[in-house]
Design a binder for this molecule. Structure first.
Ligand code: SAM
Length: 178
């Protein structure tokens, strides 16, 4: 869940949050308080070619969404440099076996988020990026397994290659080499 998106200014970084969510094994991407059709188009274009289907919601009221999530779904993890070090909480979070709403901010995140979160988690205690924070969190949560994910209905897949690029057109069983 991405809070604080400013259309125009944050388009690229919010798109990267969504793409990291998809590639690193999240089931969904929630953009709060604002709808950004460009971001939706990019996600759908990536899926069209690379497969999978991310659950996407935009324009949801962040308070209502988070309160409902806690009542009906699972727990909230807010990523913030002020939180507890990831090393000290990741096993506990994984072992809850509950669905997680992972929240990242943009600029300043209001106090409300720190209070409603079940866990405020720091990916180190230096300021960096919502994209990096989400990637590291998901990688630690899934212990690296997410980097071996394959996505259903992909039109293309990559054949790993020491030099250059090999892309296989699924279905056509045809390899394009660049
Ligand atoms: N000073 C800002 C604040 O109030 O948290 C930092 C904003 S930072 C550009 C945007 C987002 O990146 C934060 O809301 C947080 O979700 C994430 N982030 C940045 N550094 C982080 C860190 N060390 N640990 C966890 N999350 C981080």
């Amino acid at each position: 869940m991405r809070y604080g998106h400013r259309p125009g200014r944050d388009k690229r970084i919010t798109t990267h949050v969504a793409l990291v969510a998809r590639a690193f094994g999240a089931n969904g991407f929630i953009l709060t308080d604002v709808v950004d059709k460009k971001i939706m188009e990019t996600i759908r274009k990536v899926e069209e070619r690379w497969g999978g289907k991310l659950h996407v919601e935009m324009g949801v009221d962040h308070r209502r969404y988070m309160e409902k999530w806690k009542r009906e779904n699972g727990i909230i993890v807010h990523l913030t440099m002020y939180g507890l070090h990831i090393d000290d909480v990741i096993d506990k979070i994984r072992n809850t076996n509950r669905d997680l709403l992972i929240v990242v901010g943009a600029e300043k995140v209001p106090r409300y988020f720190y209070d409603i979160a079940d866990y405020n988690v720091a990916i180190g205690h230096q300021p960096h990026s919502e994209v990096a924070a989400l990637a590291v969190f998901l990688d630690r949560l899934f212990e690296g397994r997410e980097l071996h994910l394959s996505f259903p209905n992909a039109k293309v897949i990559i054949e790993p290659c020491a030099h250059g690029k090999k892309v296989i057109n699924v279905g056509e069983k045809e390899t394009r080499k660049n």
